[in-house]
Design a protein around this ligand. Structure first.
Ligand code: GLN
Length: 337
């Protein structure tokens, strides 16, 4: 796309959250209203995930001033899974730049499941976007480093900076997924056959499986999201993790495809960039305002947390986070409309 934006100074346009007390009360309410919901199914295609307690439920909002509001199981650790895709993409964009990331990985929705092979075939081997497995594998393949250990260190350090604390691997989940991830191995091989991955596909899948096995909490997800909401600076540690442009790019891809084939519905109802993971995590971002992190293992058919979506929808409405909402303009006294 040829656009007239070169050298244009960028202005941003975001509002503010209601006061601390209101946010606190609404986070408690988001939890309370959805704690009794029991629909959805815990993922079991990675055997180690099947043991998750379906009753666990946490909701957390991290504001861009560093304040956090939590309700329920906000400090329970679970594997980040696909949510890692968004943050690894941000780190890779920060290294590669806008154009190269656009060309190598892409930003368009596939309309198909997260682990679709058909999506690759339908698009001449193009991975399409970084939020599905093909694009995430292509993104991980672009991580800088001479060895897979160095590439893994880059990812673990980077995601830890987003969270503001050292994130550790869940060895049981990593081993369980390693034994059962033949489909991801096939996707990586297919991308290699199209010349889309030049690194060793087995190593790429291994690093990707490790990144998916990093342990986070709903509170971590909220802070990671708040970092993307805060122009790339972690609001709790004050550390810059990525540039403001990279946040904008990452959030746009999350809006387009963060909830897979349900991304359109999600945007229609909730109106915020978001990313889900198969262990039950969900992150949503209100640019300039806050990150929302939720955790609840039961998933809908597309692999998105049922209670996480419900709680985020409630917060989007009640905190005024839908990016597409507006009010009628009321002219000031004596002013024409
Ligand atoms: N590690 C998982 C996979 O690649 C992540 C999928 C997900 O969270 N949707 O299959």
């Amino acid at each position: 796309m040829e656009l007239d934006v070169d050298g244009v100074a960028e202005r941003v346009s975001t509002g503010t959250l209601p006061g601390w007390d209101d946010v606190e009360a609404l986070v408690q309410k988001a939890h309370e209203r959805n704690a009794g919901v029991t629909s959805g199914t815990v993922a079991d295609y990675i055997p180690a995930l099947a043991a998750a307690d379906p009753a666990l439920f946490g909701v957390c909002v991290a504001e861009v001033d560093g304040a956090t509001h939590g309700a329920g199981d906000v400090d329970h650790a679970f594997s980040i899974q696909s949510i890692s895709k968004a943050f690894v993409y941000a780190l890779v964009c920060d290294e590669l730049g806008h154009e190269l990331a656009l060309e190598r990985v892409g930003v368009n929705n596939t309309g198909l499941a997260f682990n679709s092979v058909m999506a690759i075939e339908l698009n001449d081997g193009h991975p399409m976007n970084p939020m599905v497995n093909a694009g995430a594998l292509a993104t991980t393949a672009l991580v800088p480093g001479q060895t897979s250990e160095a590439r893994w260190a880059f990812i673990q350090d980077g995601l830890s900076r987003f969270a503001g604390r050292r994130l550790e691997l869940d060895a049981a989940v990593y081993e369980s997924e390693t034994e059962t991830n033949q489909r991801n191995q096939a996707i990586a091989r297919l991308l290699q056959s199209y010349g889309r991955i030049t690194a060793d596909p087995a190593e790429v899948v291994d690093v990707y499986t490790r990144q998916c096995s990093l342990l986070v909490t709903a509170r971590d997800l909220a802070v990671m999201g708040a970092t993307l909401a805060d122009g790339g600076v972690n609001p709790v540690t004050g550390e810059r993790v990525v540039s403001a442009h990279v946040c904008r790019d990452t959030l746009s891809v999350m809006a387009a495809s963060g909830l897979y084939e349900r991304s359109g519905e999600w945007l229609f109802e909730i109106g915020m960039p978001g990313k889900s993971g198969v262990a039950g995590g969900l992150v949503a971002i209100a640019p300039g305002k806050a990150g929302i992190g939720t955790f609840s293992p039961p998933l809908d058919a597309a692999g998105n947390s049922v209670r996480g979506q419900r709680a985020t929808a409630f917060l989007s409405r009640s905190l005024g986070l839908n990016l597409f909402s507006s009010d009628v303009h009321h002219p000031a006294e004596g002013q024409d409309r």
